[in-house]
Design a protein around this ligand. Sequence first.
Ligand code: FAD
Length: 386
Amino acid sequence: MSEQLAKIAINGAGPVGALLAVMLAKKGYSIDLFESRPDSRKTNIYQGKSINLALSDRGWKALQAIGIDEQIRQQAIPMYCRIMHDEQGQLTKLPYGKDNQAIWSVSRSGINEQLIDLAEQEQKVDIHFDHRLNQLNFEDNTAVYLTDGHHQVIHQSDLVIGADGAFSKVRRLMQELPKERISYSLEYMPQSYIELTIAASEDGSHKLEKNALHIWPRKDFMLIALPNVDGSFTCTLFMNHQGEISFSSLTDAQQVDAFFQRYFSDAMPMLEDPVNDFLSKSASPLCLVHIYPWLVNNSVALIGDAAHAMVPFYGQGMNCGFEDCRILAELVELHDHQWPKILDAYQEERKDNCDAIIELAKRNFVEMSDLSGEASFLLRKKIEAK
Ligand code: FAD
């Protein structure tokens, strides 16, 4: 690879790939951004569902670097505290920090689409939807994309960046290289998850306190809810895939109804058809990924979930991917566009930090589902004793 790059291909136009395309185009590079799915702005791939995530400081810093932070903030809801709901429906509030510090609830599709809009406005970015990476020649960076399941498009670039998520094709192709010594692990968590909804009140207001992340901690499982701007909440039920109380053990409507009535009595009247949702949706797995190195031949690199998928209990997966982008863009300047140096420094700077966040995220299940319940119990006792 030449030290000065002409063309960069980014595989995956999720939040991380789209942000990176904008950042590198602003540094003067020509970017081809490939996405296997259709353009979500034109097709209804999210089926009208609001799915949200928590954006925190490391995410905001990256958005600030391209000047889109204020635009995103207008559609975001600050969550100043977490509110724990116990089995009797009693609430305990724990602030996230001092001086009104908050994490922010943002729409996942909204932020992705705003970043794609921005990428599209960059003259040097070409976006190719419906292009699924199928093969990659690591000697000359020639990639083969399938456009309608079988029609092949060939594309050559100086650098390929895999931003194609937790089950990254770039990463899988890297692992198949016979001469590379790539260490890799993918660990499934015992928990899976389904998404449920609390609709807005008739007047459009939120049925629960709006500026909070709500948690129903039940030790081995938990329900959480994050607010949306339309007055609804997106809830996520995390529980074991198998075992005594699990997605596999609750199989009929009566059992599921009894489960929600017993453990989530205050949420039950607000949830939209939770029994039917529980029985009809298949629970999604949660996994975490470690891989090293993140680079091959200094001309193929991984970023975001492709490099470090983590479980969502710390709310840091996308935030961490955004931080990857910000650091990489800063290194472009620091190393004066000398790519072998940039990529080495990127991997050196990010790998240990991302490993640490993967571990913190894994441990945070116990914090959220168990310790937060215990803490709220102790806090209430203390208040009552005063
Ligand atoms: P993705 O979002 O997975 O995007 C990858 C893109 O690549 C997709 O558009 C995909 O279609 C495309 N692609 C895949 N294969 C190919 C191919 N072969 N060719 C071309 N394109 C391809 N993170 C937070 O920061 N805060 C949270 O609160 C939070 N909550 C979460 C809650 C849940 C339940 C889950 C599951 C995750 C949560 N996350 C959260 C994590 C966050 O969703 C991910 O970290 C983030 O989406 C990663 O972005 P990405 O762009 O790296 O990957």
